[in-house]
Write a protein that binds this ligand. Structure first.
Ligand SMILES: Cc1cc2nc3c(=O)[nH]c(=O)nc-3n(C[C@H](O)[C@H](O)[C@H](O)COP(=O)(O)OP(=O)(O)OC[C@H]3O[C@@H](n4cnc5c(N)ncnc54)[C@H](O)[C@@H]3O)c2cc1C
Length: 317
């Protein structure tokens, strides 16, 4: 028996969220008294066995197939379901990302098992699970009854462990016969819309809200973000006004960010924005309203007009 981690990767590059899944699985495995094992899907994933070992996997199961050259939700879900049937793990864990949730939902449906998405913690003795609901605006405590618990880990809810030196895992091939029907939806090609630092991975995000007032108003945010090696984000009020594209939006219906520093300018801090920003290590709010939710919740605040404050910070830097 083991806790089986479904490793998320993109063409052989492991997603950071997988490291959080390993940390979660390690804790669950310790509660259950079982090892952590990993499932790698696709030829390009084979090289990740050592990284899996460094994050706690004692056995790595690798499935390759001529159709698995890139990601495909149904195919991955089929492989996970086949792995569960073959390996009978005590639980299955994956990252609570779009892909992780998609794959586990597909696998759970095939296996006719319940699937608990976006978990914060689990107590194995009672299978009490705390998970994020409603885009992060509430936490739900649930009791899970399942032959094989299938859980994804809420992004940024668990701190990943540093890799352990000198660990190795036994690598075993898991042959899966993929029917044509499940490889109907596979990534064939990619169009790169943005390269380099993205909103989700940037170390610094300078976010602007309705207080910025216009598309042109974002010039002062761009200047500061450029100086700090960061990117510009925004609130939904901004995307609703057409000042910035939706890809810049932070929040429940935008991107969840986790930078070292989030500078929120002219943003009131509505709950739907806050849930996308709260994983930032430090938050600096710049707002004319000292009672704004973002000001109250931030680590630091400057009460003032962003059009005076931001150029002053940029000039000082
Ligand atoms: C289902 C649903 C999903 C949603 N998803 C999201 C989401 O993903 N992301 C999101 O952001 N919102 C989301 N919203 C919208 C959210 O509820 C808020 O309406 C929105 O976040 C408000 O944006 P804002 O803070 O920019 O604007 P406001 O709430 O209008 O705040 C503007 C702030 O700017 C300050 N200000 C004004 N002028 C200046 C100045 N010159 N200098 C400094 N400060 C100034 C004001 O004091 C105020 O605090 C969602 C809403 C719903 C119902």
């Amino acid at each position: 028996m083991s806790v089986l981690v479904v490793v998320e990767h993109d063409r052989g590059e492991m997603a950071d969220a997988s490291l959080e899944a390993f940390a979660f699985a390690g804790d669950l495995g310790a509660q259950l008294g079982v090892d952590v094992e990993a499932l790698l899907i696709g030829a390009s994933a084979g090289a990740l066995a050592d990284a899996c070992a460094a994050h706690g996997a004692v056995t790595v199961h690798h499935t390759d197939h001529e159709a698995l050259v890139d990601y495909g939700p149904e195919a991955y879900g089929f492989v996970v379901a086949a792995a569960v049937e073959s390996l009978s793990p005590a639980a299955v864990v994956a990252s609570g990302t779009d892909r992780g949730n998609e794959v586990l939902a597909s696998a759970a449906a095939r296996l006719d098992l319940p699937f608990v998405a976006n978990c914060l913690s689990v107590t194995a003795e009672s299978w009490e699970v705390t998970r994020v609901q409603w885009g992060g605006s509430l936490n739900e405590v649930a009791h899970l009854e399942s032959a094989t618990p299938v859980l994804s880990v809420a992004p940024h809810a668990v701190t990943s462990n540093p890799p352990a030196d000198g660990s190795s895992a036994s690598v075993q091939t898991l042959d899966v016969d993929l029917p044509d029907s499940v490889v109907a939806t596979m990534i064939q090609d990619r169009i790169v819309l943005s390269e380099g630092v993205t909103l989700a991975t940037a170390p610094v995000v300078v976010g602007g809200g309705r207080g910025v007032g216009s598309a042109e108003g974002f010039d002062v945010l761009e200047a500061l973000a450029g100086r700090l090696g960061g990117v510009v984000g925004c609130s939904r009020a901004v995307t609703n006004n057409g000042w910035r594209p939706h890809s810049d939006q932070v929040g429940q219906t935008g991107t969840r960010i986790a930078p070292q520093l989030y500078i929120a300018c002219g943003i009131s801090g509505a709950i739907q924005h806050w849930v996308g920003a709260k994983a930032a290590k430090k938050i600096l709010a710049i707002n004319t309203d000292p009672a704004a939710n973002m000001v109250v919740k931030a680590d630091y605040a400057i009460i003032g007009d962003l059009f005076e404050v931001l150029p002053a910070i940029t000039a000082e830097l």
